[in-house]
Design a protein around this ligand. Structure first.
Ligand code: SAM
Length: 231
């Protein structure tokens, strides 16, 4: 079992395992944009407090979560503590029809900086999933020398830009932040979607590409209603 550090890494304020919680609307907006298969199981292998499996279940999909830590105390969609990057496979990961939807840790493992962490998680997810892999990532993540191959060898089927900025407070201080916990997101996010069964898309010169879509912000009235429901 992995021991969680209770304090953030020295000299920084990041959560030691990058537990940053997105609200459920972030997943609902993805589901508004793409037609997901209804005959596969959905797994969030970095599920935290299970907002992604909850959002999927609310739309009628079979969804579960695992995480290095049980962050949701006995939640019915939580399938157990599991290291996505470890050597062992989880039963669900051996499923014949499996899509992975997740908000991967970005840079920290046990308080230590791990370069290319989100990419490692995505490559692992791509090695496990049989259908789609959808990853929530900062917009800036798209441009990188190191990740070039992730976009050319494992061609994504599209990039969806969230025009409404999500806020992602550290999960361990959400209660403390109270009503303001999800105010004022400072970073732009995208969903990047890969489909294991699709051939890479190429342009007229054979170069791989992925189309870009904009996810419109929610109506202000919907935002107010959703906040009331979540409170
Ligand atoms: C960005 S947060 C996801 C938040 C989540 N969507 C929620 O609703 O709380 C990343 C999560 O990945 C988990 N994590 C970090 N390293 C992991 C690993 N090697 N294997 C599995 N989970 C890991 C963290 O514990 C954290 O809960």
């Amino acid at each position: 079992m992995t021991v969680e550090l209770s304090a953030p890494p020295k000299g920084g304020t990041r959560h030691p395992w990058d537990w940053y919680v997105e609200e459920k609307w972030v997943t609902h907006r993805l589901l508004d944009m793409i037609a997901l298969e209804t005959d596969v199981t959905y797994l969030d292998p970095c599920c935290g407090q299970l907002h992604i499996p909850e959002a999927l279940t609310e739309r009628g999909f079979f969804a579960y979560g695992t995480d290095l830590f049980d962050r949701a105390g006995g939640h019915s969609l939580f399938m157990g503590e599991h290291d996505l990057l470890g050597d062992q496979r989880h039963m669900l990961e051996a499923s014949n029809g499996l899509s992975i939807i997740f908000n991967p840790p970005f840079s920290f493992q046990n308080g230590r900086l791990v370069r290319g962490l989100a990419e490692k998680c995505i490559r692992r997810a791509l090695s496990i999933a049989t259908h789609k892999v959808c990853a929530l990532l900062p917009l800036k993540w798209l441009a990188s020398e190191g990740r070039y191959r992730l976009f050319t060898d494992e061609t994504p089927i599209g990039v969806w830009i969230l025009c409404e900025r999500p806020s992602m407070p550290p999960g361990n201080i959400i209660e403390q932040l109270g009503d303001n916990a999800f105010d004022h997101g400072k970073i732009d996010y995208i969903w990047v979607v890969w489909d294991k069964r699709r051939a890479p898309m190429t342009d007229f010169q054979g170069r791989p590409f992925a189309p870009t879509f904009w996810i419109p912000p929610r109506e202000k009235i919907t935002v107010k209603a959703e906040r009331k429901l979540a409170a």
